[in-house]
Design a protein around this ligand. Structure first.
Ligand code: BTN
Length: 335
């Protein structure tokens, strides 16, 4: 019997409704009485929630006696606005929002075990223990990046599930290009880079039986509006803002990405692995002809990337040696 998940910190539906109401009426003063009526709580509750939003960094103007308003629409991933924006989409049915959680992948994994439906989206403004590849931590500063995870229940074998990481990378690249004009490079299997620095990453985890996937969670992190990074990341990480000099509306980027991912996902399920492998090779300049060093944990070798195998694994022509398949390990470009 699936366990009901415990979701400490999930944004209260009515708090989200308050945020949507204020966002949709930016610059318009709305009385506490009207807010209370529309979201179905008492006036004193409205006041308490306005205080809570302020603590979370939303600049709500006005006061209890006159009413409240926003001077501009805050860049918060308001679940109601996202649902409206991606209406009819697989990812528009169930959207869970956290102002802060440890990891959206951790939450989505729990939801997967609890039997949540395919398409559930978990998004957070901040993560305290964002998971990166190889046990690394994903730096998740509040309100600056996109940190979200989607839950999928595809009919795939466990060996095919990693293709979803590559597919999500392709969808993210397209969405970023459509919204900002920047074209991140896709580095096999899960990195999005701009000018050689990390812009985003994807972490796919799954629950599977020997031959069948029960569910897969695809966690995506994109650095969007960060102006700077902690010292230890400043040489290796970048953001859309740092590269373009402009702020990006995260909700719109997320909506585009989810729309693109739904369409790519359906095409993958219809056409099979070759769809992902061929597209990845077309859009990733890294997949062919790049000098790399591969560290498998057991050995380190140099070579040149030589495309992907039909299963989506990276092929590397070893220096003075054969073409080998990289099954696991760190691949670094040698410039
Ligand atoms: C990588 O190391 O490149 C993968 C990073 C994946 C980070 C995202 S942020 C949203 C989701 N939740 C997590 O805990 N990790 C992923």
């Amino acid at each position: 019997m699936p366990q009901a998940p415990s979701l400490p910190g999930i944004t209260d539906r009515r708090l989200a409704a308050l945020l949507t109401l204020l966002s949709e009426n930016a610059m318009i003063v709305i009385s506490g009485t009207r807010i209370a009526r529309e979201i179905g709580v008492s006036r004193s509750m409205v006041w308490r929630w306005v205080e809570q939003l302020r603590k979370l960094g939303v600049q709500v103007k006005g006061q209890h006696s006159s009413g409240y308003f926003l001077e501009r629409v805050p860049d918060i991933l308001t679940p109601d606005l996202l649902r409206k924006r991606v209406k009819g989409n697989l990812f528009g049915k169930r959207v869970l929002h956290f102002f802060k959680t440890d990891s959206t992948n951790r939450v989505a994994m729990e939801l997967g075990y609890a039997g949540e439906p395919e398409g559930t989206v978990v998004m957070a403004e901040a993560q305290t223990a964002g998971r990166g590849r190889a046990g690394r931590v994903w730096h998740s500063e509040r309100g600056m990046g996109l940190y979200f995870t989607v839950l999928l229940r595809p009919r795939l074998s466990p060996a095919q599930a990693p293709l979803l990481t590559m597919l999500a990378g392709i969808s993210a690249q397209m969405a970023i290009q459509a919204q900002t004009g920047l074209v991140p490079e896709l580095k096999w299997p899960n990195d999005l880079l701009l000018n050689g620095k990390k812009l985003g990453g994807i972490l796919t985890e799954m629950h599977a039986e020997p031959n069948t996937v029960r569910f897969v969670i695809v966690g995506i992190g994109i650095n969007v509006n960060q102006e700077k990074f902690p010292a230890e990341l400043s040489a290796s990480a970048t953001s859309i803002r740092k590269e373009s000099g402009r702020l990006t509306y995260r909700l719109e980027l997320l909506a585009r990405l989810l729309e693109q991912f739904e369409s790519d996902y359906n095409q993958f399920l219809r056409e099979g692995p070759s769809y992902v492998v061929e597209r990845f090779q077309t859009v990733s300049s890294f997949a062919q002809g790049r000098r790399v060093r591969v560290d498998t944990g057991l050995e380190t070798y140099s070579g040149t990337t030589a495309g992907l195998s039909p299963e989506g694994l990276l092929l590397v022509a070893r220096e003075n040696g054969p073409v080998v398949t990289v099954i696991a390990g760190d691949v670094t470009e040698v410039r």
